[in-house]
Design a protein around this ligand. Structure first.
Ligand code: BG6
Length: 509
């Protein structure tokens, strides 16, 4: 394998939770596997006045708590610690960038890095432009001898206009091929496996279209509430937080045409085409095909759970949705007329993300079954998390007299691969950014196309107080009204359990 280029990774917003819980542990995990370049430095910046040692202590605690690899080798931890630096920085002060420039030059010289650098923006989005400008004023956005890249965390914009505006502003200082927009779902092993399942198997692709597929479900359920993120979440909501980015990307992986090659531009072009083909949400579609909800107080297994409005940072009369379910269509030759259902929510019964492909029924029902006709149809469940794997449901003869049919499961679980190590999404994405591979990052036009799809819904919710916001008790599957979305007699969502093979009301959550 080609060794990675040496580099300095500068993190803005380094006193935050993301740095401690995800970024530094992911970099350590890469380091522990020998995947970091021979020479590298990590420079944390934020307003907090840490010394190098304060920062090192803080993030190394995070490594011990959140790393997915072995952290017992104290010599290795010590070596890793020495690669970490901290530079206090007020993003609004021009002098701060001059100081940063000096510090980076010094570290580059000391460690003989050779000019390569990544700037990781993990600050509130309102600072992205300021930081990009500050970097460019010190000429840090480019290097005569090495390369420079910018990684931008989500949320990328607040609606279509602000996303366009942000793209335009960043492009004043960095070119599109220098900008890596994070969507951590793309970093998930099992999301990438969607492409492999589809395009490395001859048996699925011929069936992957309107002739054989009845409908597709994409569910991302979370059992947690919003914790201490009320301030952010109350201005966001489930549609912005999960659908516009993560779930549309999963939808695109499920629905895209085969790319001509597994390279950034080819895959992003196909993603873009799916987004372009999404049927625009009309007023009528918004009224009928989009359900929003907010969790309310309830008692779950004897434990009292607060409602969303009781959370810190949330307005007492908040109308922010913590649940959204919608039906949409991809108007192209492959998918014409096939409904896609997307559902996500906080404080649902369990944490599950999965795609369910529901195949059409057989042309004639020859055998009797105790199940409703719709439940006899084949389903392919692609489980993204937890209990990652694939499940195919199909009919089998019940042993004995007659021809009674029962639905059985054929399943594959990643955990069965004894040596399988599933890297964290951040591990994969950081390594790709270091290598300069943008395949799993969102391109500017793709992000805008995602916003263009959700924008009419956001506008309608904002402007029309008549559109209901349903309350649902914490710990349930969201508003009952979302069941009515699925077209077809006796069809409902799959109610998944923690274990991939189980579903229904009785299962381990
Ligand atoms: C984040 C959202 O992008 O994704 C969170 O802001 C959400 O609200 C999280 O909880 C879900 O990610 P994962 O990897 O836990 O499914």
């Amino acid at each position: 394998m080609k060794a990675q280029d040496n580099l300095i990774l500068t993190i803005f917003g380094a006193s935050g939770d993301l740095t401690r819980r995800k970024l530094i542990p992911a970099i350590y995990d890469l380091y522990q596997q020998g995947l970091m370049p021979e020479r590298f430095a990590i420079v944390g910046t934020s307003r907090t006045a840490y010394s190098d040692d304060d920062f090192r202590d803080r993030v190394l605690e995070g490594v011990k708590e959140f790393s997915l690899r072995d952290t017992s080798d104290s010599k290795l931890l010590k070596q890793f610690r020495e690669q970490l630096y901290y530079q206090p920085l007020d993003t609004k002060s021009p002098q701060a960038y001059a100081n940063l420039q000096q510090r980076l030059t010094q570290i580059d010289e000391d460690q003989q890095i050779g000019g390569n650098g990544i700037f990781y923006l993990s600050t509130p989005p309102s600072l992205y432009e300021t930081i990009a400008r500050g970097l460019s004023m010190q000429d840090l956005h480019q290097s005569e001898v090495g390369w420079r890249r910018l990684i931008v965390e989500k949320p990328f914009g607040y609606d279509l206009d602000s996303a366009k505006d942000l793209n335009a502003k960043l492009l004043q200082f960095f070119s599109e091929d220098q900008i890596y927009r994070i969507d951590h779902y793309l970093g998930k092993e099992t999301v990438q496996n969607l492409l492999v399942t589809r395009f490395s198997n001859g048996i699925f692709e011929p069936l992957w279209n309107r002739n054989y597929i009845h409908h597709v479900e994409v569910t991302a359920a979370e059992s947690i509430g919003i914790g201490d993120r009320g301030g952010y979440y109350d201005t966001s909501g489930a549609l912005r937080d999960m659908v516009q980015n993560h779930l549309l990307q999963v939808l695109a992986m499920t629905a895209m045409e085969p790319p001509i090659e597994i390279k950034a531009e080819a895959i992003r072009n196909e993603t873009f085409k799916v987004f372009q083909a999404l049927r625009p949400m009309t007023q009528e579609a918004i009224n009928h095909d989009v359900i929003r909800g907010q969790y309310i107080e309830s008692t779950v297994r004897g434990q009292q759970m607060d409602g969303y409005r009781q959370a810190k940072g949330v307005a007492e009369d908040s109308r922010t949705e913590t649940f959204v379910a919608l039906k949409c269509f991809i108007d192209n030759w492959r998918w014409g007329g096939v409904p896609f259902y997307i559902r996500t929510g906080k404080r649902l019964p369990t944490r599950v993300t999965e795609v369910v492909i529901h195949f059409k029924e057989t042309p004639l029902r020859l055998f009797s079954s105790k199940l409703a006709p719709s439940q006899q149809n084949n389903q392919l469940v692609i489980r993204i998390q937890p209990n990652e794997g694939l499940l195919l449901k199909f009919g089998m003869k019940v042993p004995g007299m007659g021809f009674q049919v029962e639905t059985v499961n054929m399943d594959f679980h990643y955990s069965e691969l004894s040596d399988a190590y599933l890297p964290s999404a951040y591990e994969r994405l950081l390594l790709d950014a270091i290598k300069g591979d943008a395949t799993l990052f969102a391109r500017g036009d793709v992000v805008e196309a995602g916003w263009a799809f959700v924008d009419p819904i956001l506008k309608a919710w904002k402007n029309d107080p008549e559109i209901p916001l349903y309350g649902y008790p914490a710990g349930t599957w969201g508003p009952e009204e979302s069941d009515g979305l699925i077209e077809g007699e006796d069809l409902t969502w799959r109610y998944p359990c923690r274990n991939l093979s189980d579903d229904g009301s009785y299962c381990e959550l």
